[in-house]
Design a protein around this ligand. Sequence first.
Ligand code: IVH
Length: 670
Amino acid sequence: MSVERQRLEVLRERLRYHAHRYYSLDDPEVSDAAYDSLWVELKSLEDRYPEWVTPDSPTQRVGTQPLATFNSVIHRVAMLSLDNLFSEQDLVDFDRRVRERLQLPEGIEVGYVCEPKLDGLAISLRYERGCLVLAATRGDGQQGEDVTHNLRTLPTVPLRLQGTAPDFLEVRGEVLMPKSVFLALNEQAQERGEKVFANPRNAAAGSVRQLDPKIAAGRGLEFYAYAVAECSSALPASHTLTLQRLRGFGFKIAEPWGTGEGLAFCKQSYQDLAQNRSRLPFDIDGMVVKVDLLSAQQILGFVARAPRWAVAWKFPAEQVVTHLLGVDWQVGRTGALTPVARLEPVNVGGVVVSNATLHNMDEINRLDVQVGDAVVLYRAGDVIPKIDRVLLEQRTGIFKRIEMPSVCPVCGSEIIRPEGEAISRCSGGLYCPAQRLEALCHFVSRRAMDIDGLGEQWLKQLIDHDQVHQPADLYRLTKEQLLPLDRMGEKLADNLLLSIARSRETTLPRFLYALGIRTVGEATALNLAQHFRTMEALLQASREELLRVIDVGPVTADFLLAFIHQQHHREIMNDLLACGVHWPEVQVVAGWQGGSFVLTGTLSSMTRDAAREHLLKLGAKVSGSVSRKTQAVIAGSEAGSKLAEAERLGVPVWSEADFLRLLREQGVDL
Ligand code: IVH
């Protein structure tokens, strides 16, 4: 072995060791800088000798291409669920059944392991000769989805097992998003006006079910191991030893866990865990009790979909009583009015809660809640505060019924509730400052007019200072108007003005999307632009004509008609054009079907990843396989079976030059 090759192995070994100390044991030995310099050294060696790169190298966590679809995986050993216990009596019954089946004499206690019941997503990891070869979701227990590309980006998933590894090992565990990461992620999403996740479990699940591994890689997910499903060498004699063994292989085990005897141990562990729950870095929804000895587990076996040797003792959702002080009505981008309960601040599971959504009038009626009521509050999925019920027996004095406001609380416009809908809306459109803010946030967003740096904090101030009433006002802003804003400086103001000016040059699809017409997303905007080619043609379109556009159904057609026929919206559009917003003529793509593209072979001008990004930005879909519905196959050099398939199905084949022409015509900077 050459000196460099040896060095490479040493670097990988050290990096694995330090990553394990840092991510799994929370006990780093070296500084981040020292770690980084080892990493950089390894990377440069691998760049020099690409033939030495192996999938289990620490440099290879991110870097796989996004998938086109998920493959399904048949579990070699079914992924079971656990029966639930809800009370101490349930636990006593469980213990009795275990003792009977094991025929334990009076006075001999069962050895149990108690662990946190992690509230995440169950995952199975397969290792062959010590290397990670597969990560799969639970699915229906028999068949799940291959999510290896995402799981391998998690620092807590060893790409190679430490120590002496068995030939074959299948590990079960849970993927979680730590609470702190979840809160930060939602805060960012809110600032950007994006959808927030309801709870860390949904956020973790949403991240694992992404085709592009870069998304999961950036989400701070962690994997905790809690069982071995299959192993080519003998299994340890107890669950306690299994957990220790897993830790030795480099996995993280969720703390606190412990081994003890009988009911008393389980009850004490449960109380301790319940007390510490809010201090744990991740969400748990109970405690898992497992019979420790493997031989005992084997005697007990399984019923239907759960083992007889393990149960989940669930925590009751924490409920507290507080009072409803009033109801605020919030107005969203589409004018939807949401009642928000203002509550006497109260601590629920370690977090002070002072408001909770009431969703809509139907929910208020269902709860029969009035201002002044004592209400029972809990945190749904442990995060989102919700009112469970009203303590009607405590309603004594004069209480106030909650009425839907007759006019918008923000702008005074009429409130409309379309028949059959649960949601009432402010009819003020962009006259309403609340809707204006949301609409402007959308207008400036990256995929719309892409005004870099003009975030919600500035837009809010500009609206409050009465500087911006409608989108075109942005193009009339002067430095004098910007400078008085809180935290604004000379340089920032210059940069903002530059970004605003630059955004004047746009494309018709972007412009249409930026208008924020309901249900008109990027793909619809692109299809509209391809169909009508000019704004004038679109403004004159009949309902029939609109329905002929790919992907436009009756709902979208009606929203479009309502939008283009409102004088006020026409003025907004004309004003934007008068302010210099413009776009190049739309070049019609022959036979545009709004369908998907398939990339194959090697492109000389860009990576396939970049090509895919460009297509997605245009609102096109990108697929991994050719079907009759494929719009076109874009074939680079050395294209193989996909090209043949396209020819067989009669799907158009584009050369790289055709593709570049499309991009240029759509205003993509190359
Ligand atoms: S052991 C054969 N241990 O709970 C037993 N499961 O409700 C396999 N879960 O699908 C499960 N924490 O996703 C086990 N410490 C823990 C767990 C745990 C959470 C999940 C797991 C399972 C579900 C069953």
